[in-house]
Structures are given as C-alpha cells and as structure tokens.
Design a protein around this ligand. Structure first.
Ligand code: KIV
Ligand code: NA
Length: 266
C-alpha cells in the first residue's frame, strides 16, 4: 500500500463487536491497543494493564476479525525482562490471543528484541514519539521532537528500528514536518497519530473516533461518530418508556389461549 501511495487505515478494537466492525467496514490494520486500559477497563494509565488482561481482549477481537492485519500492544513490562521473557510473552499473545503482530514502544533499547521477534516470525510494529507507557518519565502526554536534537533522536530511533526488522512504525504526537521527513527517510510504512497528514497511514483510538471517551481529548483527535449521543438518547427513551409504562407494548409480549387462561384461573 505504501508503494502504491494508498493511505493505510488503522483503528483500535478491544472486543468481539469492535473487531467485527473493523473487519466489516474495511479497516486495513486492527490494533488491540493497550489504550484498552483506560477506555475499556477504567485504569488511569496503560501501565496498569496486565498481559493476561491483554490476551483476554485479543482473544475476543481475533474471534471477530479475520481479514484486517491484527496487531496488539505488548503491555507495559511484558517486554522489559530480557529476550527470552519477551519471546514467551509475545508467543502467548499470538498463540492464546490469536493476534498476528506485536507493537512495542521505544527506540534503540529494543533493537535486539525487534531482531529476535522478527527472526522467529512475529512481526513487530515499532512506536516512537509520544510513548504513553512512559508518561511518567515524559512528565505527561506531550508532543515530542519539537527541538532539533529531540527530532534527530526520533529519526535515528526510527531508522534503527527499521534496520532491526520492524515492519511498520507508529509515529505519535510529533510535528507534522518531522512526520513527513521520517516517512520519506524510511522504507517501511509509517502510521501517524498526531504526526500530520504525510505519514503512510493514520491510526486513532476507537473511543475517540466514536466520541465515547469522556477524558482528555488530544489535539490530534477528530470525532467521526457520535455514539455517546446515541447512547444518551437511547437510554433516555428506554427509561422514559418504562416509567410511562409505554414499554412493553402488547406486540412486545406473549399471549396465551383464552381457554388455557380460564382453566388456569379455575
Ligand atoms: O494503545 C493504543 O491505542 C495505541 C494507538 C493509538 C497507536 O497505541
Ligand atoms: Na498503545
């Protein structure tokens, strides 16, 4: 798709119905993002998500998804304790979770990991720029690479990750010129989120796209659907109808032969 100049669409999914929706509605890459920590599980950070929780959700998504390429985030901590441990965890995600590739956040520190996973047949998507698993050491969720040295570091990380075998890379919250430049310098597809319009593809979080997330709305988010509005009106009408006793109607309930009823009363 990159070679043909076709923009790549990527969206997160966290369960069977969202996985089905990505497949039916023609998403190219479905990502079981560790954003599931916040948007589905109510944690305050992706660092709270366990590998078992991630696998549980991967299983649900993969049951509903066959055609989009299915990638999942390796949770915080699940790729930090050496290559053997990382391989074991990634294999669990593929075998038990049913996903096809893994995504890991960071740069030069993961080159050996990327080489290893790639060499054993687990495709790795890299993720540079804003890396939410490090929100504490980054002093929050902020745009990265706004100074020349910081921009150079991100570019060098991206090049090194490509060389190590990453099949694609997410560029999160970096200046659009840097997003464009890195995309030009790399041969693998770049997927942007807050990286401008010149990356090979774009990714967003399901709940941001559908307006079901109540928390902070990042500058790069565009709300394409209004599921929150639909939920509000659906629930308002549901509770009103019950309280007015207009639900259920006769057609929404079961009848009984009159004779049987008479016998019953007798
Ligand atoms: O966890 C996530 O949802 C992500 C994407 C937004 C890139 O990592
Ligand atoms: Na993520």
């Amino acid at each position: 798709m990159r070679k043909n100049g076709m923009p790549i669409t990527m969206l997160t999914a966290y369960d069977f119905p969202t996985g089905r929706a990505c497949e039916i509605h023609d998403i190219d890459i479905t990502l079981v993002g560790d954003s599931l920590a916040q948007v589905c599980l109510g944690y305050d950070s992706t660092t709270r998500l366990t590998l078992d929780e991630m696998i549980h959700h991967c299983r649900a998504v993969s049951r509903g998804s066959k055609s989009p390429f299915l990638v999942a985030d390796m949770p915080f901590g699940s790729y930090y304790a050496g290559t053997d441990d990382t391989v074991r965890n990634a294999v669990r995600m593929v075998r038990e979770g049913g996903i096809e590739g893994v995504k890991i956040e960071g740069g030069q520190e993961w080159l050996e990991t990327v080489r290893k996973l790639t060499s054993i047949g687990i495709p790795v998507m890299a993720h540079v720029g804003l890396t939410p698993q490090r929100h504490t050491s980054l002093s929050g969720y902020r745009v990265q690479g706004k100074t020349a040295p910081a921009a150079l570091e991100i570019l060098q990380n991206a090049l090194a990750l490509q060389k190590a075998g990453a099949f694609s890379i997410v560029l999160e919250a970096i200046p659009r010129l840097l997003g464009m430049y890195i995309t030009q310098q790399l041969d693998i597809p770049t997927i942007g989120i807050g990286a401008g319009a010149q990356t090979d593809g774009q990714v967003l979080v399901w709940d941001d796209v559908m307006s079901t997330w109540n928390g902070h709305k990042a500058k790069f988010v565009r709300q394409f659907g209004d599921v929150k509005g639909e939920v509000e009106s659906g629930l308002r009408e549901f509770t009103t109808a019950i309280r007015e006793r207009s639900f259920p109607a006769e057609l929404e309930s079961y009848g009984m032969p009159e004779e049987e009823w008479t016998n019953f009363l007798a």
